[in-house]
Design a protein around this ligand. Structure first.
Ligand code: AMP
Ligand code: GLY
Length: 426
C-alpha cells in the first residue's frame, strides 16, 4: 500500500522506520519529514492546513493510508475532511480529538463518567479563577484549556506563581488556548505514559513508557517536550494496567461513543500513579514524542497491519506482540532549548553511532550544503534496546559518545528511576 505520513519529528521518523519494515508497504511519502525520514521515504511539501490540497495529493499518488503524527492537524479536523474524500486515515475525528484539544472537555468527561482525575474547576474569566485558587491554596495546577505547544501548564508551588500563571493565561499571550482555564488539584505520585490502540469501540493496550520532561540532569530546570524516554514503565505492573483499563480507558471509550465521538487512533494517557491508584493527568490523541521511538523499537508486529485493524474496527480480534527487551532513547538537543535553540551547527558521526547498535531517529535536522545540521530544539533521538533498561541506557550513551556535535547537549541520566529499581532488585 501507498502511505502518506504527516509530521517532521523523531516520532514520525520512528513511525516511518517501522512502517518501512512492513511487506505491505509499496511507497512511503512524508510531509514535511526530515533528512532521516528522507532516507526511507519520499519527502513532499504539502500545506497540512489545506485539507483539500492534501486530499488532491492523495488521489494523485493513490495513497491508501494517511498516518497523522502530531495533534494539530487532528484537532483541526484533517481526518474528517480526508474521509469525506474517501481517504483512509489513521487518527481520530475532530470531535474525538477534543480529548487533547480541550482540557476542559476531558475534565467534564471524567466527571460525567467517573474517571479518576485531579479535582478541578473550569473558568472563563480571571476574577472567578483567582477566587477559586485563593480558596484552594497552593500547590495547585493551572492549565490553559486549548493547545498551547507545551506552554499551557503551570504547576504552581506558591499562590503567587498560581496568580501569575492565571494572569498569563488571560492576558492573551497564549492566544485562543488561554481564553479558558482549568484549575486542578496538585497530584503526587509517579508519572507514566500509557498508550492504547483504539478502533472506536475496543482499546488495546499499546505499551507503557516514562519520559523525562525537565531539561536538566536530576529532573531540574524548565519543562521540555521530553528529553528522553524508556519502555516499559516498571510502575505499570499488570495489575496497574488492568486497573487503568477498567477505571480510565474503558469508561473513556464508552463515554466518547455515548457523546457521538467514538475514539479511533492512538490514545495516550498521561497518568499519575498515586497512593489511591491511577489518575488521569491528561489525554493526547497521538503517539508521544519521544515515547513513540521506544515503543516502535519494542513492537514485534507489523505496524501497518495494526493501524489498518484499528481503522477497520478489528481490534477485538487482534493481539499485539512486544519484544522482551527494554528500549531507551536519549534526546540530543541544540544549545538554547527549550528557549531559542541555535540552528545551523554541523553534526557528524552518525554512522559510527549507529554501529554501536543504536537507531538514530532524526527530529530537528536539515541538510545544508551537503552537511547534516541542527534545525530545531530537539534534534536527534539516540535509541537502543537492551535486556534491561540499564543495558539499553549503556548502549544509547555509547552511541552518543560517537556523535561529534559540540553545540548539542543531552541529559546523562535518562532511565535513572528504572535503573535504580533494577539495581535494588525491586
Ligand atoms: P501536561 O502538559 O498536561 O502533560 O502537564 C505537564 C506536566 O505537568 C505533567 O507531565 C505533570 O508533570 C504536571 N502536571 C500536570 N497536571 C498535574 C497535576 N494535577 N498534579 C501534578 N502535576 C501535574
Ligand atoms: N513526550 C510527551 C508528549 O509527547 O506529549
Amino acid at each position: 500500500m501507498n502511505v502518506l505520513l504527516l509530521g517532521s519529528g523523531g516520532r514520525e521518523h520512528a513511525l516511518a522506520w517501522k512502517m518501512s519494515a512492513s511487506p505491505l508497504l509499496t511507497r512511503l511519502y512524508a510531509s514535511p519529514g526530515n533528512p532521516g525520514i528522507g532516507s526511507i521515504a519520499e519527502l513532499v511539501r504539502l500545506d497540512v492546513s489545506d485539507h483539500a490540497a492534501v486530499a488532491a495529493f492523495c488521489q494523485e499518488k493513490k495513497i491508501d493510508l494517511v498516518v497523522v503524527g502530531p495533534e494539530g492537524p487532528l484537532v483541526a479536523g484533517i481526518a474528517d475532511d480526508l474521509r469525506v474524500w474517501g481517504i483512509r486515515v489513521f487518527g481520530p475525528s475532530k470531535a474525538a480529538a477534543r480529548l487533547e484539544g480541550s482540557k476542559g472537555f476531558t475534565k467534564d468527561l471524567c466527571a460525567k463518567f467517573d474517571i479518576p482525575t485531579a479535582a478541578f474547576g473550569r473558568f472563563g474569566d480571571l476574577a472567578s479563577a483567582k477566587t477559586y485558587v485563593e480558596k484552594k491554596g497552593a500547590p495547585i495546577v493551572i492549565k490553559a484549556d486549548g493547545l498551547a505547544a507545551g506552554k499551557g501548564v503551570t504547576v504552581a508551588m506558591t499562590l503567587d506563581e498560581a496568580m501569575a500563571a492565571l494572569d498569563a493565561c488571560f492576558d492573551g499571550s497564549l492566544g485562543a488556548a488561554g481564553a479558558e482555564v482549568v484549575v486542578e488539584e496538585f497530584l503526587t505520585g509517579e508519572e507514566a505514559s500509557f498508550f492504547c490502540l483504539c478502533d472506536g469501540v475496543t482499546a488495546l493496550p499499546f505499551g507503557t513508557a516514562q519520559d523525562h520532561k525537565r531539561v536538566g540532569d536530576g529532573d531540574v530546570g524548565p519543562n521540555t517536550g521530553g528529553m528522553g524516554a524508556y519502555s516499559p514503565a516498571p510502575v505499570m505492573t499488570p495489575q496497574m494496567t488492568e486497573r487503568t483499563m477498567r477505571e480510565i480507558i474503558e469508561p473513556t471509550m464508552r463515554g466518547m461513543a455515548e457523546l457521538g465521538a467514538p475514539f479511533a487512533g492512538i490514545l495516550f494517557a498521561g497518568l499519575m500513579i498515586t497512593d489511591s491508584g491511577p489518575k488521569l493527568i491528561e489525554y493526547n490523541v497521538r503517539f508521544g514524542d519521544p515515547e513513540c521511538q521506544v515503543l516502535m523499537m519494542r513492537l514485534k508486529d507489523d505496524l501497518l497491519v495494526l493501524l489498518n485493524a484499528a481503522i477497520d474496527g478489528q481490534l477485538a480480534h487482534t493481539s499485539i506482540r512486544w519484544r522482551d527487551e527494554a528500549a531507551l532513547t536519549v534526546v540530543m538537543a541544540a544549545r538554547g532549548y527549550p528557549g531559542t535553540p541555535e540552528k545551523g551547527s554541523v553534526i557528524r558521526g552518525l554512522d559510527e553511532a549507529a554501529s554501536e547498535g543504536a537507531e538514530i531517529f532524526h527530529a530537528g535536522t536539515a541538510i545544508n550544503g551537503g552537511a547534516l545540521v541542527a534545525n530545531g530544539g530537539r534534534v536527534l533521538n539516540v535509541t537502543a534496546l537492551g535486556k534491561t533498561v540499564g543495558e539499553a541506557q549503556q548502549k544509547a550513551y555509547a552511541a552518543i559518545d560517537q556523535i561529534d556535535w559540540p553545540q548539542g547537549f543531552y541529559r546523562h541520566d535518562i532511565g535513572w528511576r528504572a535503573v535504580e529499581r533494577e539495581k535494588s532488585g525491586a
